[in-house]
Write a protein that binds this ligand. Sequence first.
Ligand code: ZN
Length: 268
Amino acid sequence: MPELPEVETTVRGLERVLHGRRIASVEARRPDLRRALPVDLGQRLTGAHVTSLGRRAKYGLIDTDRGDTLVFHLGMSGHWRVDPTEVAKHDHFIIETDEGRKVALNDARRFGSLDLVRTEELAQWPAIAALGPEPFSLDPRDLKRRLAGRSAAIKLLLLDQRVVAGLGNIYVCEALYRAGIHPKRAGGSVSLERLQRLVVAIEAVLDEAIAAGGSTLRDFASPDGELGYFSKKFEVYDREGKKCSCGGLVKRIVQGGRSTFYCPKCQR
Ligand SMILES: [Zn+2]
């Protein structure tokens, strides 16, 4: 499942093809993904210039000079293919630029989404308005206030998009490990000093993953490149029973229906 670093890498890859270009044509190959595509999608995008690309949480944003933002979410299996040599199964939406380059949104499971939102109304768009701060602009004191009085496990609170936007299971496990915080600790009981370490750890694990993704960007400069998926090495994630650098063994528990990996020696 794509997490924030994959979405960020995808946006940077799409930027190389789309930024500053005019959209010559769009092709919606089915009427819906997770929900219906906007009926006027083609009409509003065709002929528009792409002025900028960005990301909010796990939403990719493509702005046009008509005041629209194409908002995409990759869901469980979505990815963009760059300059596909032919249309593949599950290519649901294709953009062609005035340079003749193409990007195709491919999503076998169709949990992804495409929406067209007026750029000036984006901050009030319900899915985005509900989001907490970005993990790269977290303030430890603000995080402390958001967690105050909360008895739920810090692991689950960090996955709550209203507390922090865009953090997924893998990076929450890794950041808690680096900060030495036990995943079951009550959110409200984590000291400011430890939250400061946590904020640093969150930025570091995401930065490293984005850097790893960035180093794969050259691979999809060629036709049929796929954006956004890359292998990463983790210290605790998916390493149950393996050795931590302290000599202890990584443990797996289930929280909120999802696996948590941590080191019982290093995390308190
Ligand atoms: Zn350890």
